[in-house]
Design a protein around this ligand. Structure first.
Ligand code: FE2
Ligand code: FE2
Length: 356
């Protein structure tokens, strides 16, 4: 038997004390504290750690059930063996309900007493171990939760920083490309502010047609960048006052595709890029670069195409010094509805043209 296992015996009967001393200490080698006074015994129980308590059902005016309650209040895992002296059967049952481990009679054979005590001590070790384990788990859980919160906070902060950086980067890109598009417009003083004007007209038509905020933004961005591909066209062609020959016209027709290619690495502009590529497609399929027809052409591109054409008609050009009047330009748009222009875009345009 392990000497470290400690038992508290609360007993006033000298013959019982002698008997227990003989069995538990002399024979089994347990460390047993004997106490005749229940109050002193309880104080000792509070100050020392005992693996097991042996007590009679009632002692020194203290009811057996009350003793169990007080012991359990100090150590909920404490294992209590009651020594029974002709006690009432119901009281014994109540004591079990309150947590007494076993009830044995004074004249129990030593072998049975040792077996009950041994098992009781094992039970205490298991109960104490699992309580300790639960406490460690609870502590670790709390610490993990704290770390999780910290981690979530850091991830949140990092995500916000990254989002801010990404937004900064996007707007820097957009500003750079817009500046480039404006520089291209400015190569020819006739087209100065052309893209900006197209964006203004395009957004107003798009609003009239009830496009979502996201699609409106795409129309605005694509309008600002629609002629970016003109960067690859020679100045003499862009500013030629006379009609273009076939080869020069081929160069001009490449600019939507070229603009899209320049923007392609900027994947966040994917939707905008397609609008740039399609901005010279005609509703009847006679536009370029692909000859798309009707609703094969993205609605945003249909809108930009009309805005671009109207803006061009209303501006001075190298090949046409006097711009068309508003009435002449409107008449031209109406005339080409269903051929060059989408009828529903023309319809929306006619509703807002007075505000342009
Ligand atoms: Fe264009
Ligand atoms: Fe244009």
């Amino acid at each position: 038997m392990a000497e470290s296992e400690k038992i508290l015996c609360i007993e006033q009967d000298a013959s019982v004390v002698r008997q227990l001393q003989e069995i538990l200490v002399d024979r089994a080698g347990y460390a047993v504290s004997f106490d005749a006074d229940p109050d002193m015994a309880l104080a000792s129980f509070k100050d020392n750690q005992f693996d097991l308590v042996i007590a009679p059902f009632g002692i020194g005016g203290l009811d057996g059930l009350e003793l169990i309650k007080r012991l359990k209040a100090v150590d909920p895992d404490c294992v209590i063996i009651l020594l029974e002296k002709n006690s009432h059967a119901r009281l014994l049952e109540d004591s079990r309900l309150l947590g007494a481990y076993d009830i044995i009679s004074n004249d129990t054979v030593p072998g049975r007493l040792l077996s009950v005590v041994g098992k009781g001590i094992e039970l205490h070790a298991i109960l104490a171990g699992s309580r300790k384990f639960a406490a460690i788990l609870k502590e670790q859980n709390a610490s993990l939760q704290k770390q999780n919160l910290l981690l979530a906070k850091r991830i949140d902060e990092s995500t916000r920083n990254l989002t801010r950086l990404y937004e900064d980067l996007r707007s820097t890109y957009m500003r750079t490309i817009k500046a480039l598009a404006q520089a291209i417009d400015a190569r020819d003083h006739y087209t100065h502010s052309h893209s900006e004007n197209v964006a203004h007209i395009g957004v107003i038509i798009a609003q009239e047609m009830g496009l979502s905020a996201r699609d409106l933004e795409h129309v605005r961005q694509a309008s600002e960048l629609h002629d970016l591909g003109k960067i690859g066209i020679e100045d003499r062609i862009l500013t030629k006052p006379a009609a273009l020959d076939a080869e020069e016209w081929e160069q001009i027709k490449r600019h939507p595709q070229m603009g899209a290619q320049i923007l392609e690495p900027l994947t966040f502009l994917n939707d905008v890029i397609e609008l740039v590529r399609q901005h010279h497609e005609h509703y009847d399929g006679r536009g370029y670069p692909k000859g798309l027809k009707g609703e094969e052409i993205l609605l945003g591109a249909q809108i930009i195409h009309l805005a671009d054409a109207y803006e061009t008609m209303r501006s001075e050009r190298a090949y046409r010094k006097v711009p068309l009047s508003k009435q002449e330009a409107i008449a031209e748009v109406k005339k080409n509805s269903g051929t060059q222009f989408s009828p529903r875009v023309v319809e929306a345009f006619l509703k807002v043209v007075d505000t342009l």
